[in-house]
Design a protein around this ligand. Structure first.
Ligand SMILES: CC(C)(COP(=O)(O)OP(=O)(O)OC[C@H]1O[C@@H](n2cnc3c(N)ncnc32)[C@H](O)[C@@H]1OP(=O)(O)O)[C@@H](O)C(=O)NCCC(=O)NCCS
Length: 484
């Protein structure tokens, strides 16, 4: 990369950027970029920060940070002139866009892109975004004739309509969003009310208890009707979809679009007439995993632990699917071996191998068996394997949220199980599991709860195994925040 293209300047768009931006846009996606259809609207959008990326004063790119509702930020319009692609310049655009987004005190930051847009997907996935929905973008020929078989919902029906929506598979599949073209706003009560007021919520049947609902909106790109939510029994979904095509026809449009989650709803709507083109595939990303804040264990760590603890049953489930899908009859055991070798991390095999080496210090089979059972308990109940386990020369430690919270240390005729500190106080003064010795650590006594945060159990007999596992459960419940 030459030094002169290292520094981009990103600033709010100016009207004088227009020609250069439109010229740049013609080079994108083989000339099919829609930016020229929206740039003027975006420029005057009261909710949107339209940004221009410049290099030596020349506009060379775009980014838009839209506030869909208070705290609901939508990123769109990311473009860079193709002559600058591949130089890692996008991080500068992202950094500035995030600064603009931060000013809105966002509760959520989302964007969508084509399922095949590898650069855009990589950008999100490597910067903390998680896939929240997969959707299909479809087009149907508008219907010029016929009366509607459904009717617009009325504001007094808001409760029933909103309940229907939030209970629906369609809403679940989009993570509570709906498709407004390639934008996916949240289906909040306020927004549903607003859409009802605009007569964009259709309900079926016309009389009586509602059993199907569709929501359409007028897309931001070229004013097309876009069906963005639909649910109900199959035939009624078809009826509502055809009504949306009639509404588009009534508006004088030649076609209408639909952006719906992958699966049943999209299939039904496609078959009801939204079949003008092969559907395009969209993916929606959201910053951060839902329900995970900085204070707790990360989403990834929780997932890895879940995977490690369930590797055996995941292998069984995948084996079943692959055997059913394969083009010829296969031996289940071979398929399972393939799954474990190629599709799963295979952590258990590695863990047992390392444990075997460590426990050679233990002189009896009985002791080694107890050690293995305890290790297995950490692994299969709590997913403490892989990066959550650290093997040393004389001990093995278990790590939770970056802290060592337990360890096993083999001696020759016994081994120590050290529980805590690090998970929080959870062992009462009268804690007396079956063991050769139980040593509550006075340095880690919590006067508020009158509990100890750490205990060391010396184990040597078969019957010690069970009480050791119960003690581990106490510790892990505390660590996971369930047993405080
Ligand atoms: C999206 C766009 C701005 C990215 O710019 P770029 O110059 O191609 O990408 P950069 O060189 O800045 O690389 C950005 C990151 O994406 C990665 N990347 C780029 N192309 C990639 C590809 N085809 N597959 C996977 N990753 C890719 C880079 O490795 C880099 O990752 P890193 O920062 O973790 O190292 C540009 O490609 C563009 O304008 N595309 C057309 C419009 C578009 O698709 N916009 C997004 C719509 S949501």
């Amino acid at each position: 990369m030459t030094s002169e293209i290292e520094k981009l300047i990103i600033r709010p768009a100016r009207l004088t950027d227009r020609d250069a931006i439109f010229a740049m846009s013609k080079e994108i996606w083989g000339g099919t970029d829609y930016l020229h259809l929206v740039w003027d609207k975006w420029f005057v959008d009261p909710n949107g920060g339209l940004l221009t990326v410049t290099l030596e004063g020349e506009p060379v790119g775009v980014s838009k940070v839209t506030l869909l509702a208070p705290g609901e930020v939508w990123l769109e319009g990311l473009r860079l002139h193709p002559r600058l692609h591949g130089h890692g310049l996008t991080k500068q655009i992202n950094r500035y866009s995030f600064q603009v987004a931060a000013k809105h005190h966002p509760r959520s930051i989302r964007y969508s892109t084509g399922a095949g847009n590898a650069a855009s997907r990589h950008l999100g996935e490597s910067r903390g975004f998680w896939l929240i929905a997969r959707a299909r973008w479809m087009w149907g020929k508008a219907r010029k004739r016929g009366r509607l078989n459904s009717r617009p919902a009325q504001v007094r029906e808001l409760n029933a309509v909103f309940r229907f929506i939030t209970d629906s598979d369609c809403c679940r599949a989009t993570g509570g969003l709906y498709g407004q073209g390639w934008k996916f706003p949240e289906l909040t009560r306020t927004r549903v009310r607003d859409l009802i007021t605009k007569e964009r919520v259709l309900i079926y049947p016309k009389l009586g208890h509602l059993t199907a609902v569709a929501i359409y909106d007028i897309g931001a790109i070229d004013g097309d009707v876009c069906l963005g939510f639909i649910d109900g029994p199959g035939s009624q979904v078809g009826t509502l979809a055809r009504d949306v095509l009639r509404i588009a026809g009534g508006l004088g449009d030649s076609d209408a679009s639909a952006m719906l989650p992958d699966g049943r709803q999209a299939d039904l709507v496609f078959n009801a007439g939204f079949n003008l083109i092969e559907p395009a595939r969209a993916v929606v990303y959201e910053l951060g995993a839902r329900g995970f804040s900085d204070s707790g264990e990360s989403f990834e760590a929780t997932m890895w632990r879940a995977l490690y603890s369930a590797e055996e049953s995941i292998a069984d489930a995948l084996t079943g699917l692959l055997v059913a899908r394969a083009s010829r009859e296969l031996a289940g055991q071979n398929v399972r071996d393939f799954v474990v070798r190629h599709l799963l991390p295979g952590t258990q095999k590695e863990m047992y191998g390392k444990l075997e080496v460590l426990t050679t210090r233990l002189k009896t089979y009985e002791l080694r068996n107890i050690a293995r059972a305890i290790f297995e308990h950490f692994m299969t109940e709590y997913g403490m394997a892989g990066e959550f386990v650290r093997f040393g020369k004389t001990s093995v430690s278990f790590v939770y949220r970056g802290r060592k919270i337990a360890a096993m240390r083999p001696n020759s005729r016994s081994f120590d199980l050290i529980l805590g500190p690090g998970a929080g106080p959870c062992f009462p003064r009268e804690f007396s599991p079956s063991a050769d010795s139980v040593r509550l650590d006075e340095r880690h006594f919590d006067p508020d709860t009158e509990m100890y945060e750490s205990v060391t159990l010396r184990l040597s007999k078969e019957e010690h195994g069970r009480s050791a596992r119960a003690a581990i459960d106490t510790l892990m419940r505390r660590a996971l925040g369930n047993g405080a």
